[in-house]
Design a protein around this ligand. Structure first.
Ligand code: IPE
Ligand code: IPE
Ligand code: MG
Length: 245
């Protein structure tokens, strides 16, 4: 199949990626792990472009977890350096093509220069709405849920909301992903088949596709393979869906 021939035939508004395998990609090439992060940043922009081309509205990308602080400081520093470069390199493209940047997670623990660049990106793109790139940084889903509950309880105490109004849907407003459409598809690269504290609430009815490909090798062709797999799935939501004979 030629690259441009792929078209989505199933609704897909929001795709989430757990980018994984950067370190192993580098190790296989006898390179330092951080070389994998550098190469991985190239795949971030390429995959955003492809998703946008296909009419997908939102990409969420798990780039740094609350647990990733347990890595060597040098690796952490370089990863944030590359992410800073990523935003510096592509901010103009985001503005020109209507991409709004969002962040899930608490960025205040990030190196100050990376924070500054991200905050600038958030400010410059906040009114754009062709596409949303939601980058998850210092993100942990359990922490996000607790934070949401605390914020909610505070509002109840201040008589700003009524506790009876809390529902599955209204609680979504207390998560970082507030206002974003449901995650239709989660893709995790590198052969790992776990969530690693990612979007536990949001993924309740998402389709999961796991691929052995390391993130730095996850290009357009590999994305199409995952999308084909997604299209083959029946999304039943608990119902019985009779297939036409
Ligand atoms: C994903 O690749 C990037 C981050 C988690 C920051 P890894 O760095 O986890 O790569 P592996 O899993 O060790 O190969
Ligand atoms: C999950 O990947 C976090 C991100 C992709 C940012 P990890 O590589 O940190 O996950 P584990 O440790 O293998 O579960
Ligand atoms: Mg990993």
């Amino acid at each position: 199949m030629k690259k441009d021939e792929f078209k989505l035939s199933k609704p897909l508004n929001h795709i989430a990626f757990i980018m994984d395998g950067n370190g192993r990609w580098a190790k296989k090439r006898l390179l330092p792990r951080t070389a994998g992060h550098k190469e991985g940043c190239k795949r971030i922009i390429e995959n955003i472009r492809t998703c946008k081309k296909l009419g997908i509205k939102v990409v969420s990308l798990y780039a740094f977890s609350t647990e990733n602080w347990n890595r060597p400081q040098k690796e952490i520093d370089l990863l944030f350096e590359y992410l800073k470069d990523f935003f510096n390199d592509y901010i103009d493209e985001f503005i020109e093509t209507g991409v709004q940047i969002r962040v899930s997670g608490d960025i205040f623990r990030l190196p100050v220069d990376t924070q500054e660049v991200i905050k600038k990106g958030l400010e410059l793109t906040k009114n754009l709405d062709s596409f949303i790139f939601n980058i998850c940084l210092n993100y942990g889903s359990r922490q996000e849920i607790i934070r949401g509950i605390k914020n909610y309880v505070k509002l109840v105490k201040e008589n700003k909301v009524n506790e009876d109004d809390l529902t599955i849907d209204t609680f979504k407003d207390y998560l970082y992903t507030s206002g974003l459409p449901e995650v239709d598809l989660l893709i995790r690269t590198s052969g790992e088949e776990r969530l690693s504290n990612f979007m536990l609430y949001q993924l309740a009815y998402s389709e999961f596709v796991f691929t052995d490909t390391y993130w730095p090798d996850f290009k357009e062709k590999e994305l199409y393979e995952c999308l084909k797999e997604y299209e083959s799935r029946d999304r039943r939501y608990g119902k019985i869906v009779e297939k036409e004979e």
